[in-house]
Design a protein around this ligand. Structure first.
Ligand code: ARG
Length: 450
């Protein structure tokens, strides 16, 4: 039974349930654990301010732990008549505990409840994404270190341009991912605010202790203004999605590079056998489907972000049901980003490099700029040196690609990629990320136990 049904016999039109809740309950099924956990903290707070007794709190906690266990076993199914996860859990509490169940919703609304669920859900997923992103940084840095002396043509306009190295190419991604990490951590901390106590957006005439629920749920801070809490639904989702988008854009670009460099025509890299799939018609054919799918999935994130922004951009202050439409793009994008990261980590571990093909591909034009700089070092103005090399290029003999990449020695170039320092930074970030994950797990375990 829905929480707002008044029993006057006039039910909603038969199509209304499916339209308002059909898709949403499938998403809510993933929020069961978090809704129960949010309710545990809320019940503890209600006990502290004298709304429920200690023994009522204990009963509620036990029943809520049961909900988590039932969900884990796949035995807590939200049905259309339940409307949403919040109703399903409240009904369960009332069915199993009677009157106490009816007290759980004191001082809250489904509007702040759904936000608690989504913030906690997002927090857990962002921690996983952070870990996988750092694992990828580590893998790419290892790959770069291993191949830092392997020459590679550097391209501009899709044309061979200047001497580069596999190390330079790989470390470019590491540095890019580390910038993505900054955005991810910012999104994490903005998401890490406690919305509980906002109720429908205007508070309640009870002395709720919001600092207590902030602490119990392990939120980094309290989201203060009760109306802003509601106004931030969709906004915070869009911040999270922007961070995910940066990661996915990088993964797409990396995939694109690897796909290209591992074609027969380039032959620089080889994707591991276990990460290529075959054709139903062409025997012997192997394709880079995994990386193509990663590249294709970038669009899921960009369109999800678009969907969220489109939903919120013209809404007035306060809760509107449109906001429900921000749930799916968020949940989907968190999953897609995490899965893509996991796959790219595996694929990158299994890429081999052909030094021979890379060296062979150094056509004479690649050396031209370096020849001009040799003249510059003899005191010739750059423009004259440029012209001289341009007119006399046939006379120059090809240099060793391996030697030429050592000649760029200043920070950020092939001769000084700063791999060691960057590796240390990755380790520091890993340690910080693990500590935050541990802290979050501890808070939840403590809440479930007490
Ligand atoms: N499923 C709803 C959502 O995600 C829950 C909140 C419902 N609130 C309401 N006032 N109808 O937004």
């Amino acid at each position: 039974m829905k929480l707002w049904e008044n029993g006057n016999g006039v039910g909603v039109h038969e199509k209304v349930e499916e339209f308002t809740a059909g898709e949403d309950i499938r998403l809510d099924q993933q929020l069961v654990e978090w809704d129960a956990i949010g309710s545990m903290a809320h019940a503890s707070m209600l006990n502290k301010i004298g709304i429920i007794t200690h023994s009522e709190l204990m009963d509620l906690k036990k029943a809520l732990v049961d909900v988590v266990n039932l969900q884990e076993k796949g035995k807590f199914r939200i049905e259309l008549k339940d409307e949403d996860v919040h109703t399903k859990i409240e009904n369960y509490l009332t069915e199993t505990l009677g009157n106490v169940g009816k007290k759980i919703h004191t001082g809250r609304s489904r509007n702040d409840q759904v936000m608690v669920d989504l913030r906690l859900y997002t927090k857990e997923k962002l921690l996983k994404i952070e870990k996988n992103l750092l694992t990828l940084c580590k893998e790419m840095a290892r790959f770069a270190d291993l191949h830092k002396d392997v020459p590679m043509p550097g391209y501009t306009h899709f044309q061979k341009a200047m001497p580069s190295s596999v190390g330079l190419w790989a470390m470019a991604y590491v540095e890019s991912f580390l910038d993505d990490l900054k955005m991810l951590k910012t999104a994490y901390s903005i998401n890490d605010q406690n919305p509980l106590g906002s109720a429908a957006g205007y508070g309640v005439p009870l002395d709720l202790d919001r600092d207590l629920t902030t602490k119990l749920l392990g939120f980094g801070s309290l989201q203060n203004n009760v109306l802003y809490v509601q106004n931030s639904r969709g906004k915070i989702e869009s911040i999270v999605l922007s961070a995910l988008m940066q990661i996915m854009l990088d993964l797409g670009k990396l995939s694109n590079d690897v796909i290209l460099y591992s074609t027969d025509e380039f032959g620089f890299f080889k994707i591991g056998e276990r990460f290529r799939t075959g054709s139903s018609i062409m025997p012997k054919k192997r394709n880079p489907d995994i990386l193509e799918l990663v590249r294709g999935k970038v669009n899921i994130i960009t369109s999800s972000l678009n969907q969220v922004i489109g939903t919120i951009k013209t809404l007035p202050s306060g809760y509107q049901r449109d906001l429900q439409e921000t749930k799916e793009p968020l949940i989907k994008s968190l999953g897609v980003t995490n899965n893509s990261l996991e796959m790219v980590v595996l694929a990158v571990r299994d890429i081999s490099v052909s030094r021979e093909r890379l060296i062979q591909s150094f056509s004479s034009g690649i050396f031209a700029t370096d020849e001009a700089f040799k003249l510059v070092s003899q005191g010739i103005p750059f423009r004259d040196a440029y012209k001289h090399v341009d007119y006399n290029f046939q006379k120059y003999k090809k240099e060793s690609p391996e030697e030429i990449i050592k000649k760029r020695k200043y920070k950020g170039t092939t001769g000084d990629l700063g791999i060691l320092n960057i590796k240390k930074k990755i380790d520091r970030e890993m340690a910080g990320s693990k500590a935050r994950e541990r802290e979050f797990k501890n808070v939840i375990t403590k809440l479930m136990k007490a």
